[in-house]
Each structure stands twice: as C-alpha cells, then as structure tokens.
Design a protein around this ligand. Sequence first.
Ligand SMILES: Nc1nc2c(ncn2[C@@H]2O[C@H](COP(=O)(O)OP(=O)(O)OP(=O)(O)O)[C@@H](O)[C@H]2O)c(=O)[nH]1
Ligand SMILES: [Mg+2]
Length: 633
Amino acid sequence: MSSTGEAALSLVLLGNPNCGKTALFNLLTGSRQKVANYPGVTVDRKEGQLTTPAGRQFRLLDLPGAYSLNAASIDEEITRDVVLGALAGEQRPDMIVCVSDATNLKLNLRLVLEVKRLGLPMMLALNMTDLARKRGITIDVAALQRELDMPVVNTVAVRRGGASDLLAELESAVPAKPPGHAGARPPAAAWLAPDAADVTATQREVRRILAACVREPAIDTRFDERIDRVVLHPVWGLLILAATLFLMFQAVFSWARLPMEMITAGVGAFGEFLGTHMPESLLRSLLVDGIVAGVGGVLVFLPQILILFLFILALEDSGYLPRAAFLLDRLMGTVGLSGRSFIPLLSSFACAIPGIMAARTISNWRDRLATIMIAPLMTCSARLPVYALIIGAFIPQTMVGVFNLQGLVLFALYVAGVVSAMAVAAVLKMTVSKGLQHPLLLELPSYRLPHGRNLLLGLLERAKIFLLRVGNIILALTVLLWFLSTFPGAPEGASGPAIQYSYAGMLGQALEVIFAPIGFNWQISIALVPGMAAREVAVGALGTVYALSATGDDVAGQLGPLLAASWSLPTAFSLLAWFVFAPQCLATLAAVKRETNSWRYPLLMAGYLFTLAYLASFVTYRVALVLTGGGHA
Ligand SMILES: Nc1nc2c(ncn2[C@@H]2O[C@H](COP(=O)(O)OP(=O)(O)OP(=O)(O)O)[C@@H](O)[C@H]2O)c(=O)[nH]1
Ligand SMILES: [Mg+2]
C-alpha cells in the first residue's frame, strides 16, 4: 500500500510492435515476460505491480504492440479495448505510457499522436536511446515535450537503472486519484477510426515535429542491408536457413552427449544405491521402479532441451526470424499459408501452446485457423525426450560423412512434421480456408548480436520450466502409474511379472488389441495413456513399466538398452511415426478450444491427428517389417 493510502493508479504501456514495451515492463515490475527481437511477441495483456523508489504503487499493464488503435488482428484488438476501457470487467487506464523506439520515431510518433486525441493523461518513453545514440541520432527532449505537450523521458529498457527517469516522472506527474472517487478521472474523447485524411494529417504533423526535434545523420543502414542481400536471397537465403536448422539438430545430439552421460550415471548410481541399501519393500519399489526409473528417465533429456532452446533464443534475439518469414512467404503461399504463419509455427517448436496463441497476430481468420490446426505438427520440445530415447536406443552413433547419424534421424523427424503440416495446410486450403493471398507486411528489426546475459536468463527460465514439469506433473503421473502397475498384485501361482495382473497391465492388454496392428506391445500401450497429459510422461511411464516388468535387474538410467533388447526395429520406427502425429497433449487441445472459442476445432484436430498417427504408424510398421525381413506379424 502506498504511503498516502490512495488506490494504485493503473498505467498501460502502449507502443508499436518491437519497441521494447515488454523489456520495460520486466524492468519495472521484475517480471520475466517474453522479450524477443521481432514484432508480435506479446499477444495478451499482462499485469504487474510497480513501486517507485518513494514507495508509490501502480498497476502496470503490458500490451501487444500496435501501429494504430484501428485494430486488424486479435492482439491489436486487445490493445485497443484495454486503452479504450472496452474490455469487460476492466476500467479505462488512469494513464498511458507511450513507448517509442527512438531510432524509428517517424513510424512510432503516428501512434502517439493518434492516442493523444483521446485526451487521457499521457507520457512518452523514448526507448532504445542507447541505440539511437550509437547511430548518431540526437533528440531534443525538451522541444519534443513542448511539441507533444506531455512529459517525455529517455529509457533503455535492457539496462539496469534504464528506467530511472521514467520512475522519477511517475513520482511527480501523475495526479493522485481522490480516494473513493473513481469517477473523478478525466473523460476520454470518443475514439473514431481514423480515415485517410486523418492519416495524411498525422503524417504531416509527424514530419513537422521530427524536423523541429530530431537530428539524424544520413542513415547508415549499410550493415543490415549488406547482410540482408545474402540472407533474403532466394537461393542463398534458403540454404542458410536450412543449414541453421540442420546445425541445431546436430548440436542437440553431439553437444549433449557428455552431460547426458553424467546425468544417466548419476541417476543410475542413485537407483542402485537405493536398491542395495533398502530392504525389499513397496517403498523401495516406489522409489526405484517408480520415481527413479520414471522421473530420472525424463531428467536425462534436460541438456538436449537446453541446447534446442539456446538456438531458438539466439535466433529470436538476433532479428533473423522475420527475415525467415519473409523468405518463406512465397513457398508457404503455395500451400495457402503466408509468411505470417512462420513465427507462430516456429514458436511451436518450443511448445504448440504459445505457437497457437501467437497466431493471434494473423488478421485473416482462415489463415489463423489453418495455422492453429497445423501448429501441433511442429515438433514441440516435449517430443524431444521421446525421440531421443528411441533414437538413442536404435540408431547407432555412426558418422555419415561429417554428420552424426542420430542427428540426421532427428532432423528427418522434424522435417516429417513440417512436411505433413504443409500437406495438411494444402488440404485445408482446398476446403475450409479458401481465400485470397494477402501480401506480407512485416517490419524487419535491426540485427543484433544475442545478449549473453539474456540467453543465460532465458535458459535458466527454460530449465526451471522443465524441472517444474518433471517435479509436478511427471512425478505425479509416474507415482500414479506405479500404483496402477503394482496393484492388485499377482495371483498365487502366476507366471510372468506381476505387472501383467495389475490395473495398468489389464488396461495395456486391452489397448494392445487396438495397437497391435501398428506394432505396439502392451507396455507401450500403457505408456501412451499418461502420455496424453504430457508427452514426456510416456518416457517416464516406459521407465516404470519396464522396471516393474524386468526380472530382477533395475533399469534406472538405462532404459535405452533395455528397449533395444525388447523391441523390434519396426516397432521403434512405428512409435516414432506415432509421435510425429499423435495429439498426445491435452493442454494443446484446451488451448485450441480457448483460442477458437469452440469445441469444434479441438475435436477436429484430435480426430485428424489420431487418424494420421495411426495410418503413419501402420504404414511405417508394415514397410519396416518387409524391409527388415520380419515377415508378417
Ligand atoms: N539496445 C536496446 N534494446 C532494447 C531496448 N528495449 C528493448 N530492446 C530489445 O528490443 C527487442 C524487442 O523488445 P520487446 O520488449 O520484446 O518489445 P515489445 O515492444 O514488447 O514487442 P511486442 O511484444 O512484439 O509488441 C528485444 O530484442 C529487446 O531485447 C533498449 O532500450 N535498448
Ligand atoms: Mg511485448
């Protein structure tokens, strides 16, 4: 509570895409919202608390970027509605903090002038002033303040203390709201969508203000342009993109080997220690067969996940992503998608859910729907443990020329996801999403060397998310599965491992009827069920199920060799094919329901993905059987 006892005033951060609003929000509130160097990162309103050095409190809202309040896409509608107080249950903000990229005021000031017409209390944060200075741009802040008739402060959102001027301004400039008098806010002028004449008038005003307040050297963009000549080249550009992605998958395997071996050894030693030092009991089984075999089995994949994210974060920070979108626009156009879909789809490599949300930036509903529907085919990071487990067990570590064979297979699985997504998009184009092509208008940010500290923080965040997942949902489901696999115990005189007679064993054997034609045994069938909650759980579940089926030896930390001994190669390939397609993630389906506001699309999605998964596994299994001389199963 602030010293004067007033209710916290609400502030919103409003500005063009990629001008640094979220970076500023994080700096002011201590949050860790996603920041990246391309437009359209934030797609939802985010709330935080801000306390000034003197102890004054504010509610701060971060908004999706917009070029105008005249919204064209869902994310921009959110921004408009928050600013105009049109959102249900949300009052109009007390004050608007416009954030502008100081290196690009010509574009940014248009929004400032448009918003100014609302007549709300307002101030301007000139962000990225570090870059502006580096480029020799000088801005006369006092003059700008006079011209705009509002407080103007310099900020550097990525530097500690970079918002001190803004905080000082907030300390003094905001009129306190009289307690209990919510109605005392200044009335906002009604907002009318600007017409062509308004836009021209605003442009003219921007030019006048810039002439009065800003001095720029003859712009020196040669650096960016020289890079773009290669990166946006139709042939070289595509080669660079392919090489980058390829390198990423090679690295996931080759760089991760040592840390993975260390974790495996650690987990194995721990399991063995428990196994030898605890008396034979249910508790020992829960710890060794349930938790160590299950959770430990998933934990091993942390290094690979971090390497994947290192690449994704570096790409996001560099400014390369919108270029790749631009490059792929024509290619994606052939299947009815636009380059606009590229970033949502690329985000889906991390997880389909933020990818599906990022599709909000696509203004055309049909394009957006098509993007949402194919997002789960992008290989999310939760599939990585499953792929890596099977590849590690069945694909030898040989080198093919300079390439690591395991990395090649992983790359092929990612390609399989992308190619199927394109095929599905092409089918959707013929049916639901028939429509015109829209030209891709995308602002290209300046290239920037990824910030070491940002990368490190991003990776720590990722590690935290993964470990929390392991500690929460994966642990809980593993324990549940251990329970279901242990009870009821085997009847007297039973042959075979006790798990066969348990609840999970019975379920697995029932499901095996469905899955036998695609080569899955009852152990795999069991693992698929908890795998619906989170894909990695399938790995933990296999660990537990095999630990309980094994006769004597514990499998903690060495599930791979055990699988290699008990599955045929066709079964392994079939399971890989299954995971390329199967919608093994309820959270994704829930996100689709939320984003499309209907049950229709998640159901459609689950239906088509399960069908594809079954077909793909069936074909893979049969073909592999023939090729490996396994005859008819
Ligand atoms: N050098 C420098 N970089 C900055 C500054 N502020 C933000 N950035 C970088 O600019 C990029 C965009 O920052 P974000 O905070 O994601 O921008 P945003 O306005 O929230 O973007 P949207 O959510 O897409 O509208 C990131 O790469 C930041 O690291 C700054 O003051 N100086
Ligand atoms: Mg943002």
